[in-house]
Ligand binder design. Structure first.
Ligand code: DHB
Ligand code: FE
Length: 280
């Protein structure tokens, strides 16, 4: 049977992708960001998951304001890097896992989560930057990816609690997939940031630290935070953090924190990162 062995969360700041693609990771501004992922790169290389269910948000790249699915699962064979205005990132095409994706779609929909099924979708920095942070710059990504896009761009996004329970449904789905697969779930986006308006540049280290603490120790309570608290405390784009609760819901209640990293500044965003492991 397939099983979820671990999860992680990370910010997806597009400038991190540009720094990698342009060979600027050793510059004084970027070096502390990338050094924060060194442990994680070794950790994931050693664990070598077969599949990652990668929870992320599209930033009007694959979808537009004409069509905004709340939850959308990528069931295609592969997903091309999106052109976000300056050409696609020079990163490998993402290879999907259609059988597992369709199984998760069936299982979660029968569990009353109304997933949108996507058979063609380009993937933007929300998905490719986390892959680059964890895997560096390989010729091919080392595992298959099931993209799961969440609307956090247009109000109303799903609640943290809905996301947390979707995570639990994903765990049930994975654990009922007959193939023997080592699966990880990633939550991406965040942490505190606001890209526009009078509060642009907002960072809230205290909120972010408490979020990281509660993600492991008190996910049920954390899932109850209403949207308005995210927006007030973590900025308008801080709402991306609800995606971390999908990852958390997919892990065991007694999952263990393996590593965390927090760094300001990176572009406009507080970079946060955490690794969680299920008990064996
Ligand atoms: C930035 C962060 C994001 O999450 C995003 O989607 C775009 C830009 C930033 O920090 O610049
Ligand atoms: Fe974003």
């Amino acid at each position: 049977m397939a099983r979820i062995t671990a999860g992680l969360a990370t910010s997806h700041v597009p400038a991190i992708g540009a720094a990698l693609d342009l060979g600027r990771t050793a510059e004084p501004y970027w070096q502390p960001v990338f050094s924060g992922y060194e442990f994680s790169k070794r950790w994931i290389a050693a664990r070598a998951p077969d599949v990652v269910v990668l929870v992320y948000n599209d930033h009007a790249s694959a979808f537009s304001l004409e069509l905004i699915p709340t939850f959308a699962i990528g069931c295609a064979e592969s997903f091309a890097p999106a052109d976000e205005g300056w050409g696609p990132r020079p990163v490998p095409v993402v290879e999907g896992h259609p059988e597992l994706a369709w199984h998760i779609a069936q299982s979660t929909i029968l569990d009353e989560f109304d997933m949108t099924i996507v058979n063609r979708m380009d993937v933007d920095h929300g998905l490719t930057v986390p892959l680059s942070l964890m895997f560096g710059q390989p010729a091919q990504w080392p595992c298959r990816i099931v993209p799961l896009a969440v609307n956090v761009v247009q109000y109303p996004p799903p609640t943290g609690n809905r996301c947390y329970h979707l995570g639990k449904a994903i765990r049930k789905a994975v654990e009922s997939f007959p193939e023997d697969l080592d699966v990880m779930v990633w939550g991406t986006g965040g942490m505190s940031h606001q890209l526009q308006g009078p509060r642009a540049g907002l960072i809230n280290r205290e909120f972010d630290t408490r979020f990281l603490d509660r993600l492991t120790a008190d996910p049920e309570g954390l899932a109850r935070i209403p949207h308005i608290d995210y927006v007030r405390e973590a900025g308008s784009e801080g709402i991306e953090l609800v995606m971390w609760l999908i990852m958390r819901g997919a892990l065991a209640a007694d999952a263990r924190e393996v590593y965390r990293f927090y760094h300001v500044p990176a572009s406009n965003t507080a970079v946060g990162h955490i690794l969680l492991e299920n008990p064996r």
